[in-house]
Design a protein around this ligand. Sequence first.
Ligand code: C2E
Ligand code: MG
Ligand code: MG
Length: 720
Amino acid sequence: MPLIVILDDQATNRRIFEKLAASIEEDVTVRSFAGPREALDWLEGGAVPDLIVTDYKMPEMNGAEFIRAFREKAQFVEIPIIVITVYEERAFRMRALEAGATDFLQSPVDHQEFITRARNLLKLRKQQLLLESRAQTLAKELATSEHSREEVLRDSTERLAQVIDTVPAMVSASDRDGRILFANAFLGRFVGKDPTAVVGQSLDFLHDRGSATRNRGLDRKVFETGQPLPSFEEELVCVSGKRHVFLTTKSPLRNGHDVVVGVLTSSLDITERKQAEAHLLHLAHHDPLTDLPNRVLLSDRLRREVARARRGDRPFALHLVDLDDFKSINDLLGHSAGDRFLIEVAQRLRAVIDPEDTVARVGGDEFAVLQTGVTQEEDATDLARRIVETIGEPFVVAGRRLASGASVGIAFHPADGEDATELLKKADLAMYRAKSEGGNQLCIFVSDMETRNRHSLLLDGELRDAIANEQFVLHYQPQLELATGRVVGAEALLRWNHPEHGLLMPGEFLARAEENGLIVPINEWVLREACREAKSWHCRGLEGMRIAVNLSPIQFRRLNVPLLVCKVLADTGLDPRCLDLEITENIVMGDTATVIDHLKQIHALGVDISIDDFGTGFSSLNYVKKFPVDRLKIDQCFVRNMSEDPSDAAIVGAIINLGHSLELTVTAEGVETELQAEWLRAAGCDEVQGHLYGRAMPADRFVGFALAQSRPVSQAREGR
Ligand code: C2E
Ligand code: MG
Ligand code: MG
């Protein structure tokens, strides 16, 4: 509640000012006095006004004198005072200001001006009071915090000392001369000394000579750089002689002037953590049953060995050992006997290898041996032989005598592989070969490439000889008109009458003949032979019998096919309308313009063109339209699955429709069942070929078969 004090010797003035003052704020208190003495006396009672409004000219003392007297009290120094006067002179105002007046009001007083000025001064006073109280709280807070900071510091120093003594770490500090500044209880216990007794001693007093020298060196570094050292692991021996691993950190200790005065060393005991790590590492790298290194560790050692070999050119061998009869031992005697057997095998393998070599278990009954220091092939084969022998010796497991063979595959570095994966793969291949050749033996990896090359070279020579020696023969598979069952043609299919291997199918040699280009002379022979044969049929009562010949894409690339066809037709005298050339989509996907041109020339001769294996390649309507095609041969894979797979049935149906829309004949290949035949008949297929009607057969048999054509389709089956 603001208190306003009014001083005026005239009662009227006092009443006016009282009224005005009371209207400034709602809860303002107003006290008025007729003279300064009366007012000062009252103020002695302890009241603190918030605003004083005083007349200047008063009987006992003037305004300036009153202000001076009032301001003498410290608590009144900042109370605002308004002086009301009729004087306008400057000198007079100066005196009042000097005495401590805050503001002036000219008499007669303007009421509004009185209220405004008084209100402003009250506001100012209020802010003063607020500031004062804030300053007081702040001072109070400061005072308490000052007090608690000291307390906290004292507490924490004590607690820190406790903590330092209880942490499971060695904490110590040393000065520039390597003298110990302090050591905690843990360190004392570790070295078996009273931590207070070591203070002032040299570092040698704490550690053995080696670690004391090392510590001094490291401390020097911290003094020089003023920087902490990165943590490092160190091994220290405790008073009882046990070795512990510590993680040590060293950091500078500075005084108040930021000068490094010591080095703080803290060493955390990580012995248990290291042991756990080592255990986990062992588990990760070893087979729990035999405790042999596992595949991971083997790969690791292989990688290391490869790196070493690169540096010093040290060839090494990798053996993969597979037990031949483990499965039956396991099945016969149970898993625990099987386990004991494997442990025994592991022990025997360990016994035959050199200590610096590695034997690992890489699978259920699969082991690997990394053999270093191999200078010649015999070093490896000798070891492999010893492995086969040691495993071959009988075992006694669960009171029974057991025996198992071992198959060993050997791969060499660098000859067989650059890296671990490659070598493991090669050794594995060799091991499988050893196994497939009866087991209980070793086998050295022979580069697959070499074998294949050797095989190809052999095949190339034989293929060349086959033409000269007339080892090729043609078999003929009948093609029938589905609606009538009439044999309308035959497909010539190539066979190789190999002197050693017997009759070989195209799948066994055709790919190689296409690779080495021998398909060109071979297929030329096929064309000529087929045409010659067909011509002879025509003379034996099978007039108009069509002959289908498969062409190779290589022929189209290397040869003028129309010219060849022309020549062959002329040479054999076959009616071009009886020749049907089967081409695949591969042929037409090649050099399209030339191929189209060549096919057109052939077609112009009257020869039929069929697209073989239709549906398996790019089979687009587009190319069928572009080429002079007479027939589509639906690939046997669709026909085979037609009755089980509705989508295959749909494809067959679509091909038949497509063919018919282009006025082509549609032949279904590989028809094997009556059901398929029926389905094809219902779908409107024109011709059929397949085992249901007749397999590819020698020419003579075909003639006999075809001569019986007058019978209906269902009865015209070969030999059924
Ligand atoms: P292709 O031209 O599609 O010949 C059809 C193949 O399917 C023949 O195999 C034939 O014996 C077989 N086959 C026929 N009916 C059935 C059946 O009902 N079921 C089954 N599972 N198979 C049946 P082949 O004789 O082994 O010929 C394979 C491929 O060799 C031929 O497929 C052809 O692409 C190629 N070929 C054969 N002779 C020659 C030739 O003289 N020159 C060329 N360039 N390729 C030939
Ligand atoms: Mg064919
Ligand atoms: Mg085919």
